[in-house]
Write a protein that binds this ligand. Structure first.
Ligand code: FAD
Ligand code: SF4
Ligand code: SF4
Length: 344
């Protein structure tokens, strides 16, 4: 009797277990690793999960694949740890001027130093169009460009890490750093830990994961195009800075400030965030956030030897200063609050 071929997973398994269950975070990892470019996010429309263009080789031609399934962070049980494992927690700030930095500019300082010293050759991050505030997944290879793109993007429609494919497959960088919120970090860690052959190029090329603390993210269309433009008559091009500190704070170019309570924004939060329990990017090499440090500083949770090496290089090159006390109690309090999203 002929031996039966094992049936590989396809996007249809992701669809039934993640997309249809409202669990998709929008991380974009499945889109990045799909060798057939069979998955995409629709611009402007319903962007709660990817869509298929029917080019999936596994579903259509029975070719063994399942790369998308292998890296999806939403197939794992959501974590229960508050701060996770770490070697050191400290505050940090950039030792040079970063006009658009969100907190202390430590994330930009660490990554700019890593590019300048050749520790990494590309950074996959999320930038934004200043006219529309629309975020983009981007590969950056020069520290000046990275410095120009400092600051947090709290809303998106994009598959966040989709440009990882451009970095790995098209441009063939082999020492890549990825910046991401916890769902992205979980997916990238899965890429580094899997033995799936089709994910191999990613595993070989990613060197460093910089995680960002995250409570939630907003849908671009609902927040910027909807709420801000229609209800508050705020033109995106006039916005100078957005901050989320228990409320949404918007500063315009002319200095005018708007504060919107988060309770007013509940319907603009991305649905996949409602099941996410990871606040501190537990799987990163270094995690960074605002909470726990004074204004003008970034909290840095150094988790791995790779993270420690990259951080120490930035300090040795006088790009970053570290050393202040961190209020870990307040971080744990917020992390505990996020844990309540874990399904019973
Ligand atoms: C959606 C979101 C929610 C957050 N929620 C919290 C929170 O609740 N509490 C808290 O303490 N901190 C939160 N942060 C982290 C905080 O906003 C800062 O990013 C962090 O303190 C680092 O500041 P920094 O000045 O060192 O970073 P910067 O030097 O300003 O550098 C930020 C870097 O992150 C990149 N980036 C920006 N947005 C994204 C994104 N969406 N995905 C991937 N990369 C991105 C930029 O391109 C830049 O390289 C959140 C960040 C995001 C993006
Ligand atoms: S969570 Fe990420 S990997 Fe999983 S289906 Fe959504 S976009 Fe794809
Ligand atoms: S809360 Fe943050 S980390 Fe979690 S799914 Fe939403 S964007 Fe991703």
């Amino acid at each position: 009797m002929a031996e039966q071929k094992p049936i590989s997973k396809s996007y249809l398994d992701l669809k039934s277990k993640v997309w249809d269950e409202g669990l998709c975070s929008g991380c974009g990892a499945c889109i990045a690793v799909c060798p057939a470019d069979a998955l995409y996010f629709e611009t402007g429309g319903d962007s709660t999960h990817p869509k298929s263009n029917n080019y999936c080789k596994a579903a259509v031609d029975d070719v063994s694949c399942g790369a998308c399934y292998e890296v999806c962070p939403r197939l794992e049980e959501q974590p229960s740890s508050l701060l996770g494992d770490y070697l050191e927690i400290t505050t940090g700030k950039a030792e040079f001027n970063i006009p658009k930095k969100q907190s202390g500019g430590a994330v930009t300082a660490i990554l700019a130093n890593a590019l300048d010293t050749g520790l990494v050759d590309a950074v996959v991050t999320v930038t934004e169009d200043p006219w529309t505030l629309k975020p983009h997944s981007m590969v950056i290879t020069k520290s000046e460009a990275l410095i120009g793109q400092a600051g947090s993007r709290y809303n998106w429609w994009v598959p966040l890490v989709s440009s990882l494919k451009e970095a790995v497959v098209n441009r063939k960088y082999r020492n890549i750093a990825v910046v991401g919120v916890p769902c992205v970090v979980q997916a990238v860690r899965k890429m580094l830990e899997t033995d799936h052959q089709l994910v191999g190029p990613y595993k070989k090329s990613i060197r460093f994961i910089m995680g960002l603390f995250c409570t939630e993210s907003f849908d671009y269309e609902k927040l910027v195009a909807g709420k801000l433009k229609s209800e508050y008559a705020l033109e995106p091009m006039k916005v100078c800075r957005i901050d989320v500190k228990g409320k949404l704070e918007i500063t315009l170019n002319d200095g005018m400030q708007y504060v919107i309570p988060l309770t007013e924004l509940e319907d603009t939060v991305r649905p996949g965030c409602s099941v996410c329990t990871d606040f501190t990017a537990l799987e990163a090499d270094i995690s960074a956030g605002a909470v726990g440090s004074p204004d003008g500083y970034t909290t840095l949770v150094v988790r791995t030897l790779v993270g420690q090496h990259v951080l120490e290089s930035a300090v040795a090159n006088k790009k970053l200063s570290i050393g202040g006390e961190v209020d870990t109690g307040i971080i744990e309090k917020l992390a505990k609050k996020k844990l309540k999203r874990k399904p019973e």
